[in-house]
Design a protein around this ligand. Structure first.
Ligand SMILES: Nc1ncnc2c1ncn2[C@@H]1O[C@H](COP(=O)(O)OP(=O)(O)OP(=O)(O)O)[C@@H](O)[C@H]1O
Ligand SMILES: [Mg+2]
Length: 508
């Protein structure tokens, strides 16, 4: 890619208003052949709205979009696809019951004559597509049985199964870690070498410096700037995104004395998922759980929460052995979970921001239906404000919120529920830099109030920042414990890399 590469996609002065918000205010953006053009901005800045205007998922109020010389401003999504526009949505949109190959060709009418292609041809072509991406795994495996990384590669292969000119990736890396990220970046590089222009959205700024050629910043629906990645740095980008400097979070309470034991696991196991797990969490302590995707961290959270049964071992709460058979029991025992898949598990999309945020507070504040609404609204309101949830009003339905703002509502909900033990699974995926720091501050405050907290995170800088102790998991076991005061990312990764046998099992 160089400065003179042709522009394949150009959006000019695109404006989109919703009741109460201007999501995009005359924003322009262009993409060159063979470049990775990153799009960044705080939650609610307008990134997804711009993407939707480009793909045709929404019609802008004004502005034009030109793809390869064709004005597509009013074209159907189908026409845009035929002209070479490909998208990988954040939720991947795969059918878990179908095979990799079937998913790749789903709806693409892979026919010979009028007949649907037979399985063999389809599998062979799917394999070819994966080869082109530089990866190889079983194309007849059912997608639901694959790890998230291979699912994403499937979605990528599907997106480029036709001759694409432009590929849009909306936060593709949010669920990836370690070598999976390397695979993704390898694929991105191959695609750009074929002249495909890529629009890449991510909240992890370090990625932009690994794969980006140019970066455009949006703020509050406005275009702020476009820079060559080589000519900018993280602090400069953050200033453009947030409008001010954001200092790093300091874990001031790491040395503070911890209180009584809240949770203890002894030799906990679950067939095929967890093996021989023992650890304790005390009042006022944040225990970080690091590991790669698939290491068993979410499974561990589910077992503690009573969502899955444990086969062996014992859980103790406040020193007493307990049997948590379902989530209601967990909540009544004072355990709260911020689930990883928040959009699916944490929100009711027709309800308003405030109603959603209050849901679990109702469940925990009072065992009877005598809820003090005033107190509840105040608590929830404080959490929503601290995280700067961007919504026209707390009465707006959450379905109209940007991805990151929906996440914040779920967090507000959990943070304001009365619990003794808070488990957060990937608390800041999809959350922008400024709000991340607010969330770390909130975790610090909860800790000072004596809460026991478990933070599961794939982001190593995050886990090193918020934890008092870090357990590293791989292949369902705790491989070791490290001290965040002295540990490095490399040390954690070394413990987190699963044994070779486990990797081969998944990719075979
Ligand atoms: N369907 C809708 N109805 C009402 N408001 C909407 C709708 N879609 C988006 N918005 C608003 O437009 C603004 C921009 O949202 P957008 O989804 O583009 O943000 P984003 O930059 O993608 O943020 P994130 O990083 O959180 O995904 C937000 O304030 C959002 O609430
Ligand atoms: Mg978005």
């Amino acid at each position: 890619m160089n400065d003179t590469s042709e522009v394949v996609l150009r959006a000019t002065a695109v404006t989109k208003r919703y009741a109460g918000v201007t999501a995009l205010d005359s924003v322009s953006f262009d993409l060159r052949a063979g470049e990775v053009h990153c799009l960044v901005g705080e939650n609610g800045a307008g990134k997804s709205t711009l993407i939707k205007a480009i793909t045709g998922a929404i019609t802008p109020d004004s502005g034009t979009i030109v793809l390869d010389g064709n004005d597509i401003t009013k074209a159907s999504m189908r026409t845009r696809r035929d002209l070479g526009l490909a998208v990988i949505y954040q939720d991947l949109q795969l059918v878990p019951q179908l095979s990799v190959a079937e998913n790749i060709f789903l709806g693409a009418e892979l026919k010979s004559g009028a007949k649907l292609l037979d399985k063999r041809t389809m599998n062979a072509r799917a394999k070819e597509l994966l080869d082109n991406l530089g990866v190889s795994f079983r194309v007849d495996a059912r997608v639901g049985e694959l790890g998230i990384s291979l699912q994403q590669l499937t979605a990528t292969a599907r997106a480029i199964s036709r001759d694409s000119r432009v590929l849009i990736m909306d936060e593709p890396s949010a669920v990836l870690s370690g070598h999976e990220l390397d695979v993704l970046f390898g694929v991105v590089k191959r695609l750009t070498e074929r002249g495909i222009g890529i629009i890449y959205i991510s909240h992890r700024l370090e990625e932009i410096f690994r794969i980006g050629d140019r970066v455009t910043v949006l703020r509050d629906g406005h275009y702020i700037a476009t820079s060559n990645v080589a000519d900018t740095d993280q602090p400069a980008l953050i200033r453009q995104m947030v409008g001010r400097d954001v200092e790093a979070y300091q874990n001031d309470t790491i040395d503070a004395p911890k209180g009584a034991e809240v949770l203890r696991l002894e030799n906990v196991g679950r067939k095929g998922a967890l093996h021989d797990i023992s650890f304790t969490v005390r009042e006022g302590e944040v225990v970080g759980i690091a590991g790669l995707v698939g290491a068993g961290r979410t499974e561990l959270a589910r077992v503690i929460m009573g969502l899955d049964r444990l086969d062996t071992g014992q859980v103790y709460l406040g020193g007493k052995p307990v049997k948590i058979s379902d989530a209601t029991k967990a909540v009544s025992q004072g355990i709260a979970l911020v689930p990883e898949d928040r959009r699916a598990e944490g929100l009711v999309s027709m309800l308003s921001v405030e109603q959603n945020a209050c849901l679990s507070v109702i469940a925990t504040m009072s065992p009877f239906w005598l809820v003090n609404y005033r107190a509840m609204h105040q608590k929830v309101g404080e959490a929503i404000q601290a995280m700067a949830v961007k919504a026209a009003s707390v009465k707006s339905p959450v379905s109209g919120l940007s991805g990151g703002n929906q996440q914040k509502v779920v967090l507000a909900k959990c943070l304001s529920s009365e619990c003794k033990l808070l488990i957060m699974d990937e608390p800041t995926v999809g959350i922008d830099v400024g709000a991340k720091k607010e969330i770390y501050n909130l975790i610090g405050k909860l800790k000072e109030q004596g809460l026991a907290v478990i933070v599961i995170s794939s982001e190593l800088p995050e886990i090193l920042t918020v934890s008092d102790r870090i357990l590293v998991m791989s292949a369902g076991r705790v491989r070791g414990e490290v001290d965040p005061r002295s540990a490095t990312q490399e040390e954690i990764l070394e413990l987190a890399i699963p044994p070779m046998s486990a990797i081969l099992e998944e990719v075979a």
